[in-house]
Design a protein around this ligand. Structure first.
Ligand SMILES: Cc1ncc(COP(=O)(O)O)c(C=O)c1O
Length: 381
């Protein structure tokens, strides 16, 4: 059996053709494709503005700069995420103040946030982990009450919709799109995401013109937008530009978004059905946009058991991963800030038990059968 990868992009002739068309033109940067992609992605998320950049991390960094979050400011965030949702705060010498997660949604626990708000708190940065929306109703209430900014890291949740829990009873259903909450939000287009822009990419989404204008300028070395004075720089900027081929690919992927989300939902349903009787594991939350398929081992298992299962799955040609490692326990965070085991117990407990199984649009049922059978055998040993 050949190796089953953890994730894979879904690229068709539509995307290949779109990229080749750009290569036939002389304009490979700062052209019409970037503008068109911005229009389409903003329309999809339901925001007024979109600023595409070359990664989700760059998008987060621009938001931190746009909100003037800086030296010794505090930003409340989750320790259960990919490292950049906290690193972007450190980029500007501000402080990440972690709040433990809700054991069910795996998102920041909003009932624990207010205790952590201080005079220095400038913002809350919440993440829609694994594509499952954070508790935006409460997050908005808290941000408004304390007059602080709200940032949505929706890197993993393009296409997810949020309804407040009393209307929703879970993560699914028709609601407001993720990527449209707070003062500004982001998507990532890394190849494991719902859509990709030829490898790397990201976007800032916002309804706020000032934030958008800052981001348009700062991603392009601090130039004025639509400025013909190429060598005039009005703020400290970066080269965070997205190339035209990437934008062209993003446009093509976005045209197929319903098909893509449909395929992902089918793969998740097949997994749900085939795994439902394994009592040693807990299945992931249902969501309207699947990013990954992450199961959790139950109480009686330790981290070593989980690591053994992952190792043995890999030995049998199935790529699995422990997803996520608690941010506060990353070596850099331990060394610099003195975090230790036990600081955020729910996050730590969850992150010791997770196994991300192979998950992508075109994963075949026979492959899922092989993954499930192998998992059953290994768990039983
Ligand atoms: C929650 C979260 N935030 C931020 C990022 C960063 O995105 P990128 O890899 O495009 O920089 C990711 C990417 O995996 C992510 O999962």
């Amino acid at each position: 059996m050949c190796k089953i990868l953890l994730s894979q992009p879904d690229i068709t002739d539509l995307e290949r053709k779109a990229v080749l068309e750009v290569l036939k033109t002389p304009c490979l940067s700062l052209g019409s494709k970037v503008k068109e992609f911005e229009k389409e992605i903003a329309r999809y998320a339901g925001t007024k503005y979109a600023v595409v950049v070359n990664s989700g991390t760059a998008a987060l960094h621009l938001i931190i700069r746009a909100l003037d979050i800086r030296d010794n400011d505090e930003v409340i965030t989750t320790p259960f995420s990919f490292i950049s949702s906290s690193n972007c705060i450190l980029f500007e010498r501000a402080k990440s103040v972690f709040v433990d997660i809700d054991p069910q949604s795996l998102n920041i626990n909003t009932s624990k946030i207010e205790k952590k708000i201080s005079r220095r708190t400038k913002a809350i940065l919440a993440v829609d982990v694994f594509g499952y929306p954070a508790d935006w109703e409460n997050l908005e209430k808290i941000a408004k009450k304390h007059n602080i900014y709200l940032i949505e890291d929706s890197a993993e949740a393009l296409g997810s919709e949020y309804l407040p829990p009393h209307q929703n009873f879970g993560g699914g259903g028709k609601g407001k799109k993720c990527g449209s909450f707070g003062n500004a939000s982001i998507f990532s287009f890394f190849p494991n995401k719902q859509i990709t822009t030829a490898g790397e990419g990201g976007v800032v989404l916002t309804d706020n013109k000032e934030i958008a204008d800052f981001c348009y300028s700062a991603r392009n070395q601090g130039r004025r937008q639509d400025n013909n004075k190429w060598l005039e720089h009005i703020c400290l900027g970066y080269n965070y530009r997205m190339p035209e081929v990437c934008a062209a690919m993003g446009i093509a992927q976005l045209k197929r978004i319903d098909e893509i989300l449909g395929k992902r939902s089918r793969v998740a349903s097949v997994y749900n059905e085939k795994l439902k009787d394994i009592k040693e594991i807990e299945l992931p939350n249902n969501t309207s946009s699947w990013f990954v398929y992450v199961i959790r081992l139950n109480e009686k298992y330790e981290q070593e058991d989980r690591d053994r299962i992952i190792r043995e799955m890999r030995e049998r040609g199935i790529e699995c991963s422990n997803y996520f490692y608690s941010i506060h326990l990353q070596p850099y965070y331990r060394e610099r800030f003195g975090f230790k085991k036990g600081d955020f117990p729910i996050c730590e407990k969850v992150s010791q038990k997770t196994i991300a199984l192979p998950f992508y649009n075109n994963l075949q049922e026979e492959q899922i059968d092989y993954i499930v059978e192998t998992l059953k055998k290994i768990i039983k040993q």
